[in-house]
Write a protein that binds this ligand. Structure first.
Ligand code: ADP
Ligand code: ZN
Length: 608
């Protein structure tokens, strides 16, 4: 290990309380310490922030961090200050007096880290000021926002391409958790990092237990059921519309769940208030649109449920990835349907962008549904999508653990496809099912004389609907939107022919047994009590209550003080001295000085 890197590790230990670098952290940090620019793609929870925080502390000058969201900056700066790091932020929420003080500290060379928004940074007066300030590095967080090939394009990120010419001597570090190969290439081109090293870690998130199921009638009821089965834990439920979040939150509250809605249509003060409640609570459910997410670094989110499916695999991984940031087991559950897919495809077609971008987006939609409705390991599918090779099955998703059973339905598919062909694309899904069952209301003589009328007695209406969805997912049937009253017709001709010849098999899922469906499995169910023995639990709860009170007085989220994981370790190991407490992961010098005595006293109280 070079001298610089071992100094970096000392900071990791002393200031942040972690014993060793994890994943690619050491490689990325070494590159930046050598004064070179780089791009790092590390999974959520991979410890991206230390990759720029530690070099900012070590290199002379100010470390600038460009971040897309105020909430993200607020949390990181609060966390750094807790650890005794000289960090500040400049954003529209900071009052003028504090701004002046921050600039004074910048000029005096007292600050190690300054967080700014992209549009804030690129203002001429700001650039002018920074031109006179020695800079340690410029970090671009959530760098995928720069690319229109990504899933979260922000036009204001485009301006960051100018940083190369403005600060040619300053190393730049672009970091992100989600970017497929094409997006990565675009990030490098936009930010002029073509000649810089690229660090791409595995996208594996072994703590995430994935599952997905098709929506059935009464999707709200299913979400309520899933959330209730996970009571006592914090979670996020994503819904596709503002109205959807309100209704679902109401349904959850009616079922006794502490749930709140969150979307961009809410007044700002209310949004902040709800966000704070969520962050502060040890048990809370946020029902949100995707306006809620980036920058929500609550580490103890134990489940993310998509009541409506995400927009792409990138979005899926990022949204599900908000669960289990602390590394403890967490669940990602997705509900989806063929009509969601049709809607997403239509929307991507209506965007006012280049034809090539449209096509890329439509492909992203299809890849997502292939993953959701697929029959092979979900985690492996995501990792392959991001370009990982030699990926093994996770062994714990619903598909790996065999909770999804399939039936061969090729013959039934042939019937449905011929019926759709004979009906000539003039009717919707319901009518197609009625036709197969021979139950069409007010049937015309012409329809009842078709050879496909009533040939489907072997399946129930529900099963036919399932099969129709399957055929839509596979592109064997196609739906014409017809202004919200979609009509079903035959899809890809070659593929349909293969089905008729029996060269292509079609299988459907057996519906989950019983209304409750799967029970949450033990691993995801209660991570904390799984790793804590019952006798240590009271101390853990007491530490949590202390942390909660401390967080309230300081107006910071509890995890800024200590993560659950750190409290769990304290409750289990019961350190008897400052030195022992410092050995716990997540306890650095700053926090030891602040909270050491209080924590040790509580531990002693439990030992007496
Ligand atoms: P990301 O931004 O990549 O999602 P963070 O930088 O927020 O991740 O870090 C995620 C969690 O991992 C934080 O709780 C952080 O304290 C912890 N962490 C970071 N580096 C290490 C390390 N080397 N050892 C142990 N924990 C670490
Ligand atoms: Zn799996």
């Amino acid at each position: 290990m070079t001298a610089l890197l071992s100094e970096a590790r000392d900071i990791l230990r002393r200031t942040f309380g972690h014993a060793e670098f994890k994943g690619m952290q050491a490689d990325v940090i070494a590159e930046v310490l050598a004064g070179r620019s780089a791009m790092a793609v590390l999974p959520t929870g991979g410890g991206k922030s230390l990759c720029y925080q530690i070099p900012s502390m070590m290199r002379p000058g100010l470390g600038l961090v460009v971040s897309p969201l105020i909430a993200l900056m607020t949390d990181q700066v609060a966390g750094l200050q807790q650890s005794g790091v000289a960090a500040a932020r400049l954003d529209s929420n900071v009052d003028p007096q504090e701004k002046a003080e921050t600039w004074r500290r910048v000029d005096a060379g007292e600050l190690d880290l300054l967080y700014v928004s992209p549009e804030g940074l690129m203002q001429p007066w700001m650039l002018e000021r920074l031109a006179r300030t020695p800079l340690a590095l410029i970090a671009i967080d959530e760098a995928h926002c720069v690319s229109q090939w990504g899933h979260d394009f922000r036009p204001e990120y485009r301006m960051l391409g100018r940083l190369t010419e403005l600060f040619p001597e300053v190393p730049r570090l672009a970091v992100t958790a989600t970017a497929d190969a094409r997006t990565r290439e675009d990030i490098r081109a936009q930010l002029h990092l073509e000649d810089s090293a690229e660090f791409v870690a595995s996208f594996a998130r072994p703590e995430l237990i994935l599952s997905a199921e098709r929506k059935r009638g009464g999707a709200h009821a299913r979400v309520v059921e899933l959330v209730k089965a996970r009571s006592g834990r914090s979670g996020v439920v994503y819904a596709g519309s503002r109205d959807g979040t309100e209704k679902l939150a109401e349904a959850l509250r009616a079922a006794g769940v502490p749930a709140q809605a969150y979307h961009a249509g809410l007044e700002r003060g209310l949004r902040t208030e709800r966000l704070e409640t969520f962050l502060q609570a040890d048990e809370a459910v946020m029902v949100a649109t995707i306006a809620f997410g980036m920058g929500v670094d609550k580490p103890d989110v134990r489940f993310v449920i998509h009541a409506d499916p995400p927009a792409s695999i990138e979005a899926y991984w990022q949204e599900i990835g908000r669960a289990g940031r602390d590394g403890d087991p967490a669940e990602g559950i997705t509900l989806y349907g063929a009509s969601d897919m049709a809607w997403a495809l239509r929307r991507s077609g209506e965007r006012e962008v280049d034809e090539a971008v449209k096509q890329a987006q439509a492909r992203k939609v299809r890849q997502l549904y292939a993953l959701l409705d697929g029959t092979n390991c979900r985690a492996a599918a995501v990792r392959r999508y991001f370009g990982e090779e030699a990926v093994e099955a996770c062994g714990q998703c619903d598909l790996c653990s065999g909770t999804v059973e399939t039936l061969d339905a090729t013959e039934a598919a042939q019937k449905a496809l011929s019926a759709a062909a004979r009906l000539g694309g003039r009717f919707g899904r319901g009518r197609l099912v009625d036709h197969l069952l021979g139950k069409t209301k007010d049937v015309t003589a012409q329809e009842s004389s078709l050879s496909t009328y009533g040939i489907g007695a072997e399946l129930s209406a529900v099963q036919w609907r399932d099969l129709t969805e399957q055929l839509l997912f596979e592109g064997l049937l196609r739906e014409d939107p017809n202004d919200g009253r979609p009509l079903v017709g035959v899809g890809d001709a070659d593929a349909v022919r293969q089905v008729f010849r029996g060269e292509r098999r079609v299988s459907i899922r057996k519906p989950p047994e019983g209304a409750a469906g799967r029970k949450p499995r033990k691993r995801g169910a209660d991570a904390v009590s799984a790793t804590l023995s019952p006798s240590d639990r009271p101390l853990f709860e007491a530490l949590r209550a202390w942390r909660s009170a401390e967080a309230k007085t300081q107006h910071v989220p509890p995890y800024v003080i200590f993560h659950d994981r750190t409290l769990t370790e304290i409750a289990a190991s019961k350190p008897g001295s400052r030195a022992a407490l410092e050995g716990v992961s997540g306890v650095g010098e700053g926090k030891l000085a602040r909270y050491g005595e209080a924590v040790l006293a509580m531990v002693r109280g439990f030992l007496d």
